[in-house]
Design a protein around this ligand. Structure first.
Ligand SMILES: [Zn+2]
Length: 93
């Protein structure tokens, strides 16, 4: 038998635990809803990089989603800043 989901009066979709476990769906997961041949289809919405909008290798850093390239760019900038500051400290002495 096909699993059944229920919509409550506020529009929330109730999906049974067995179904969420089967599809590895967790609280807060986001889905795009599309129509395909008259059917409603939930498509898992992958997070995109908040800096460049790319969707490859996106990870959450604090509260921001960043792709690998942008994470590398942030690290490079921080290292350069750190090296600049430690260079300034050395010249002050
Ligand atoms: Zn990015």
């Amino acid at each position: 038998m096909e699993p059944i989901v229920t919509i409550d009066k506020t529009g929330k979709v109730y999906m049974p635990t067995s179904l969420r476990d089967y599809f590895s769906i967790h609280e807060g997961d986001k889905f795009k809803i599309v129509e395909q041949k008259g059917n409603i289809v939930f498509i898992r919405h992958a997070p995109t990089c908040q800096a460049c909008n790319d969707d490859t290798d996106v990870k959450k850093v604090n509260k921001t989603f960043l792709c690998g390239e942008c994470r590398d760019s942030v690290i490079k900038t921080l290292v350069e800043e750190h090296e600049q500051k430690s260079g300034e400290t050395r010249t002050k002495k």
